[in-house]
Design a protein. Structure first.
Lengths: 129, 522, 459
């Protein structure tokens, strides 16, 4: 992805993760900033379906050639789906971080946690600090 | 650039060279012979039936069925089948695709790429050393034991700590031992402390080692001068802290002037102070870690003491400790008897045990010992003084030539044996990163400095020239750096697509990590 | 100036001026507090000329009895194999001896390709899919395999056969104490791992099981059975293997072993009083991302040329730091070069032929020695290149001393649990005539010891 972009319809976590909420299921991923900082991603180690994730805690790792990064859960819940296509093409996360590069889908256990997330504007503000 | 320059992978700075920056086209269309030569592995050479080895004659009666069939290998391992001439030609040609220290300058920070004296190879090859079995009875290995004993004494002198173990195989192995000794020490006092402090400028082996030894890493901040933030240390030093791991000078090339205060704080809470000896080359005969207050020092014989680096080993990482840690040293230790004879003492009830087989990398001891014999007290001090002189000179030269301040010094004014520049202004103003600068240096015939370490400095360039380089080499290197900056100011794409003249050009590392191919399919 | 520096008076003056200081001392005065400045001379002798240093090292060498000076059957982990001239030559080439780790792959294709070739050779030898580019040596490789198991399954016990080399057992214990895993030892019975005790020791909390092939007493273990016993547990199956035996023995990958490690000294490395040599570390594909150490991988450059790079570096200390699979940085690259050159020198047929030669000569040696008075086999298991005897004497050390006086080193005097044991090793350098000489000398030494004859005073 050439230019920085942060879709307005998403909610963000300060550790560079996003959430797209649809009822009580959220799709999670990492932001443009994160994929740019890591460089071309070469490996995504997903958790298993059924694992619980906890807000603010790491639930997976992404690796580029020269870096490893924890992926932080913006919301708590249970993993219901994992993006299996990333096993063969982890670079999709770089190319389409908010679309085909989604990481996991989570059935939310505490939907009210969404209030603690940042809007696009607030997240972008943290980047220039 | 002419073809002649394209072929010369290793530039000899003493010889007058064409000013590359004037003649280099952005992309050379002509391949060098080394570039044209496609890599083929030893498995792709040879033919069935060829061999180099002649098996000695079967001179005993052959007996069948000595090994049950189910224990036997059914299919032979598919090793190469080559004649000796093919074997030699393959590896000699392969060697020419390598840059090396004998051929050129290698200013890698914290690696101490100093000259590898060939005397050391000669003495290490003497059969009395090279063909000595590690389990030979001590009375028949007195030369080896005396060598080890004397080497221990010399290393202890350099560090200012009396008790030395030569056992660890490399620096990080020595680190592991140091942390295990700390653990044993605290356990002997009935304590199980769980934290080890390391500065955020620490080498990666430090946190990895800490985890392997069963501790948790706590980072200590760096202050504006590049040393340990003493206030942060004071806040974090409590009775759960087992140890602080430091190197001094640190990986920024800065000697921490607060070292005594730091030692007091750590000792005050009962912790040990560990010295990563990677940067020992700056202080031999000038300042001693033992005198600075360290309890444990590890050495890298393959850095400070000229053991050749071998492309990634072998190395050797002995350690020296203070009195309170001595009982826990690995066994066996070398002891000198009253009759002047040497032996191994295995009766060490408080020892942490063993970290490896036998007594360590003796071949490395021979070389380090020969080095110390050659240089002596004055020579070792001169080596460190010259290392610091050379680093400061190179730094001054670079600052003189970098008139626009593209690669400023990250911390301080003077440095010890190494220094860190930041490529951040260069990236912002010229559009080339530290990585690009490094790759363009390859075209100039140099191994680049360490890049992107320490993590604390943005676009870091960590340079350590060492004492065995001449002023002329340093001048030529600084000129090349300046030339690359000037070239980038006119056209950043040249460096961005460098190197052009090396046997291969930039490699797809992401592809190698995504779909690893780590052996030849056969 | 010292031996390898070159700063002339003129150089010094020019450099100090460029730096902007008035003296060399000023560089230190301004950076190092006086209280930690060493003002005395180091208590070391003065430096000496190359000729003098050579003479001194030669004198030290002369006070060692090496394999050059006696006919040796001493093994127990390191062996007096012949080191081919091509190995010496290639390991001393500047381009392999003096470079650093290949962090700039464009100018390190020689070293990186050697690693790739080495990894391929070890993978072939062990029958396991993945190998790294070397670790330090045998016993620490065993301990590193333990760490891999701990990272993989987090369980709390290691089950280790008493047939492991004693140094491997000790090293494993030292490391395991660091990451809080208990080590349980399973005894031998009739020279091999006690199968019942082994099975009984393995449970749901077993992180890894360890055995040696051949074991410390030279016996060939039933590797498949030992591996199978761990099938229903979480345990990683680790085998420490003597690589020179893999020309004749079934490779660990075909025996259900997950991780094969070992001492590489038999593969073209000097004895060097114990090091440097190299350790190898190979595993099934499943463990690729948990392997310690460097790994070279194949790739292409921007112009499509085939090349090699260090890969999967995110496992390693310089990136993953506290979560790294190991803290290893410098390993044994030069020795691994020697290893792959040696294996290429032996070749596909050579390794097997060498193995057969060892099997036959070892059998001959064992039978010949066991026929001596006062000497019997300590176990009857199949052996490849090493075996254990039981001597009918109180003091095996004394027997060894007597033999050494005759210029023959008969092997290692064993300690508990085999205090009257002698471990005898063969390499291809020990001929039938050598073995016959050993029999003569050992026979006489045992007889003299049993008769209570006084030992000759060593000259």
């Amino acid at each position: 992805m050439a230019d920085a972009s942060y879709p307005e319809d998403l909610l963000y976590h300060a550790e560079h993760d996003w959430a797209r909420i649809d009822g009580d299921v959220a799709t999670l991923g990492i932001t443009w900033y994160a994929q740019d900082a890591l460089g071309e991603l070469v490996f995504f180690d997903p958790p298993e379906v059924g694992t619980s994730v906890t807000r603010d805690e790491p639930y997976a790792e992404v690796e580029s050639v020269k870096a490893v990064s924890d992926v932080i859960a913006p919301l708590s819940g249970e993993i219901v789906e994992v993006n299996a296509a990333l096993a063969d093409s982890p670079e999709t996360i770089n190319e389409d971080a908010y679309g085909e590069g989604w990481l996991v889908k989570v059935h939310l256990s505490e939907p009210a946690e969404r209030d603690g997330l940042l809007s696009q504007a607030d997240y972008v503000a943290t980047l220039s600090q | 650039m002419t073809l002649a320059n394209a072929n010369r992978l290793h530039a000899d700075p003493g010889v007058e060279r064409e000013p590359l920056h004037h003649d280099v086209p952005a992309a050379s269309s002509a391949e060098s012979p080394l570039q044209r030569e496609r890599a083929t592995t030893i498995f792709e050479q040879g033919a069935p039936g060829r061999r180099a080895f002649t098996c000695p004659e079967m001179d005993v009666p052959v007996v069948d069925d000595l090994l049950p069939e189910r224990f036997r290998r059914a299919q032979p391992a598919r090793l190469p089948e080559v004649s000796e001439p093919e074997l030699v030609r393959h590896y000699v040609r392969l060697s020419k695709r390598n840059y090396d220290l004998d051929s050129g300058f290698y200013p890698l920070g914290s690696c101490t790429m100093k000259h590898n004296p060939r005397l050391h190879e000669k003495v290490a090859a003497l059969a009395g050393h090279a063909r000595l079995h590690p389990l030979q009875r001590p009375e028949h290995a007195q030369g080896a034991l005396e060598l080890m004993h004397d080497l221990e004494h010399a290393l202890g002198e350099v560090a200012g700590l009396p008790h030395v173990s030569l056992q660890p195989s490399a620096g990080s192995h020595g680190e592991l031992l140091g942390v295990l000794l700390t653990r044993a020490y605290h356990e002997s006092r009935g304590e199980r402390r769980v934290k080890v402090l390391t500065p955020d400028t620490a080498h990666g082996t430090n946190p990895a080692t800490v985890t392997m030894a069963g501790f948790e890493v706590v980072r200590v901040a760096t202050n504006a001068q590049g040393g340990v933030d003493v206030d942060d240390l004071r806040a974090k030093a409590d009775d759960q802290v087992a140890c602080l791991m430091l190197t001094n000078p640190n990986t920024l090339g800065i000697f921490d002037a607060n070292i005594e205060e730091i030692a007091k704080i750590v000792h005050g809470v009962g912790g040990t102070l560990y010295y990563d000896g990677a940067n020992l080359n700056a202080v031999m005969g000038i300042s001693r870690p033992g005198d600075m207050g360290f309890d444990i020092v590890h050495y890298n014989l393959h850095k400070t003491f000229t053991q050749p680096h071998g492309g990634g080993g072998p190395g050797s990482g002995p350690i020296a400790v203070s009195d309170r840690l001595a009982p826990f040293l690995p066994k066996p230790i070398v002891v000198k008897g009253e009759d002047g004879g040497f032996s191994f003492d295995h009766d060490r009830p408080d020892s942490v045990g063993r970290l490896r087989g036998f007594q360590g990398n003796y071949g490395c001891f021979v070389r380090a010992y020969a080095y110390i014999c050659s240089l002596g007290a004055e020579g070792l001090k001169d080596a460190s003084q010259t290392a610091v002189l050379n680093a400061n000179y190179l730094l001054a030269k670079l600052r003189e030539l970098d008139t626009e301040g593209r690669i400023p010094l990250a911390f301080g004014e003077l440095c010890m044996h190494e220094f860190v520049l930041s490529g951040a202004p260069m990236k912002k103003e010229l559009g080339i990163r530290t990585l690009d600068l490094a790759k363009r240096l390859l075209d100039h015939g140099y191994h680049p400095p360490t890049v992107y370490f320490p993590l604390l400095v943005d676009e870091a360039l960590l340079m350590e020239p060492t004492e065995t380089e001449t002023k002329e080499t340093l001048d030529a290197f600084a000129e090349s750096m300046a030339a690359i900056l000037a070239e980038a100011a006119e056209d950043p794409t040249v460096a961005q697509n460098a190197p052009y003249t090396t046997p291969v050009r930039r490699l797809d590392e992401a592809g190698a990590a995504k779909r690893p191919v780590i052996r030849q399919p056969l | 100036m010292s031996r390898y520096t070159a700063t002339t008076e003129a150089d010094l003056a020019a450099m100090l001026e460029t730096i902007g200081v008035s003296s060399l001392d000023e560089l230190f005065d301004r950076q190092i507090p006086e209280r930690v400045r060493l003002r005395e001379r180091l208590d070391l002798p003065e430096g000496r000329s190359e000729q003098d240093v050579y003479a001194h090292l030669r004198d030290l060498a002369a006070r060692n009895t090496s394999a050059e000076d006696e006919l040796t059957f001493l093994g127990a982990g390191m062996y007096d194999h012949y080191v081919p001239a091509v190995v010496d030559m290639l390991m001393s080439r500047s381009e392999f001896l003096t470079p650093y780790t290949p962090y700039q792959p464009e100018i390190s294709q020689g070293g990186l390709q050697v690693m790739f070739e080495y990894q391929t050779a070890i993978s072939e030898l062990t029958g396991l899919a993945v190998s790294n580019a070397s670790v330090y040596e045998g016993p620490s490789a065993v301990a590193a395999a333990g760490y891999l198991a701990k990272l993989t399954n987090g369980k709390g016990r290691f089950v280790a056969s008493a047939g492991l080399h004693p140094h491997s057992l000790e090293t494993l214990r030292t490391y395991a104490h660091g990451y809080d895993v208990e080590v349980v030892e399973v005894p031998l019975r009739d020279g091999v791992t006690d199968a019942d005790a082994w099975a009984a020791a393995i449970d749901d909390d077993t992180s890894a099981v360890f055995f040696a092939q051949p074991n410390f007493l030279g016996a060939v273990e039933d590797a498949e059975a030992l591996a199978a016993a761990a099938k229903d547990s979480p345990a990683v199956v680790v085998a420490q293997v003597d690589p020179i035996t893999l020309g004749v023995l079934k490779p660990p990958g075909e025996c259900g072993v997950d991780v094969a490690v070992g001492e590489g000294q038999s593969l073209g490395q000097r004895l060097d009083f114990g090091g440097p040599s190299f350790g190898f570390f190979a595993a099934t594909e499943a463990y690729l991302r948990r392997m310690p150490g460097r790994i070279a991988g194949e790739t292409t450059d921007v112009d499509g040329r085939r090349g090699f790079v260090l890969t999967l570096q995110t496992r390693e200390q310089h990136i993953r730091r506290e979560k790294a699979t190991s803290n290893i940085c410098t390993a044994q690259a030069l020795n691994a070069l020697g290893g792959v050159v040696y294996l290429s020198w032996l070749g596909k047929e050579g390794l097997a032929e060498l193995g057969e030669l060892l099997v036959q000569r070892t059998h001959y040696a064992r039978e010949t020695l066991a026929a001596l008075d006062g000497v019997e086999k300590l176990h009857e298991q199949p052996v490849v290149r090493e075996f254990a005897l039981r001597l009918g004497v109180r003091d095996v050390d004394a027997v060894v001393r007597r033999c050494q006086e005759q210029g023959v080193n008969p092997g290692l005097a064993l300690t508990e649990p085999h205090p009257s044991g002698l471990l005898v090793a063969l390499t291809e350098q020990r001929t039938k005539a050598d073995i016959d000489r050993l029999a003569e000398v050992l026979g006489a030494a045992v007889a003299a010891e049993r008769a209570g004859a006084p030992q000759e005073v060593a000259a």
